[in-house]
Design a protein around this ligand. Structure first.
Ligand code: PLP
Length: 324
């Protein structure tokens, strides 16, 4: 099955056989939690979204260490003790992908507060960590990477700084994303762009955002309303490599309507072109800078282009060796 044919965002994940849980590999059906778990009531989880790609040298995880480090940072922000080191979590990711025999797909490390005290204070609720993987295709629908998607500006804002910490990838942050996503769908759009409470462009429900204007690439500053995306970082580095000037700056909404090119970035969404915002067409279809960055990004991820920044971490190499 090619990536384009695998399930997309709105579909059930294809069931795989094995899940990693706190150092052990357990069967899919054994990964259960109690309804009174703290996370069910209070959204106390942190997670990651990671992709691994089939390359000529076997499956490789894209920016594994950076994702695991962000997972650890998210847990740290929420004072959750994972009890697992970066090397142990990285090995866990490799193990679960190997055990399931997958060549490409998506990996979801998730840690949450389980069954303990019944009140809000999470102290007595043990932290449980799981790693799941499954085949996953193009996030915003088959062909979205080639055709682009139609999006709207959401009536929901992204969180204000000092409310939900947006540098943490925490389950609770995604209730806002769900509202954005559902509203977009109800109005016939594939995805929504959120503004910050300052009214400036922030990010999508699960993606960062870039625009191209007069040959310059612009993206919102990390101002406390958006996730510090790993794909965002890839695009900034690839743009520098390709000689495309970049600016991280505050972006007012109306610049979306007059941009030459617009695209989302994210592990799940990869580099997804945006072809209209609020039914206003962007540029003239998928633009040349979007295409060049997409080709470079996917070329590196699939091992077809040189891995200029050492972003690929092979499944069949233990983390301890990878660090040498
Ligand atoms: C809210 C949000 N913003 C941005 C991103 C993109 O981040 P990354 O490129 O690290 O996947 C994601 C996806 O993880 C996200 O959920």
């Amino acid at each position: 099955m090619s990536a384009g044919e695998q399930g997309t965002e709105g579909e059930l994940p294809e069931r795989t056989e094995w899940i990693w849980h706190d150092g052990e590999i357990i069967p899919w059906d054994a990964a259960q939690l109690h309804v009174m778990s703290h996370v069910v009531h209070y959204g106390s989880s942190v997670f990651e979204g990671v992709r691994f790609y089939a390359t000529p040298d076997g499956p490789a995880v894209f920016r594994l260490t950076d994702h695991v480090q962000r997972f650890i940072n998210s847990a740290r922000i929420y004072r959750m003790d994972l009890g697992q080191s970066l090397a142990q979590l990285s090995d866990g990711i490799r193990d679960v992908v190997k055990r399931n025999g997958l060549e490409e797909g998506y990996i979801r490390p998730v840690a949450f507060r389980g069954l303990g005290a019944l009140g809000l204070h999470p102290g007595k609720s043990p932290v449980k960590t799981y790693i799941v993987c499954w085949p996953w295709g193009q996030y915003l629908g088959t062909d979205c990477l080639e055709q682009g998607v139609d999006v709207c500006v959401s009536s929901w804002n992204r969180p204000a700084p000092n409310t939900l910490p947006t540098l943490a990838k925490a389950g609770g942050n995604y209730v806002i994303s769900q509202l954005m996503r559902l509203e977009a769908e109800a109005n016939g759009y594939a995805e929504a762009i959120g503004l910050g409470t300052d009214g400036l462009v922030s990010e999508g429900s699960g993606q960062n955002l870039f625009l191209v204007s007069d040959g310059v690439l612009h993206t919102p500053t990390l101002n406390g309303s958006l996730l510090n995306g790993i794909t965002r970082d890839c695009v900034l580095k690839l743009a520098a490599h390709l000689g495309i000037p970049t600016r991280e700056e505050p972006i007012p909404r109306e610049r979306l309507y007059v941009a030459d090119e617009l695209f989302f970035t994210g592990t799940a969404s990869e580099i997804t072109p945006i072809r209209s915002v609020d039914r206003i067409e962007v540029g003239g279809g998928v633009g040349p800078i979007t295409k060049a960055l997409q080709a470079e990004y996917l070329g590196i991820a699939t091992g077809e282009r040189p891995d200029l920044f050492n972003w690929l971490e092979p499944i069949h190499q233990p983390a301890s060796e990878a660090a040498l």
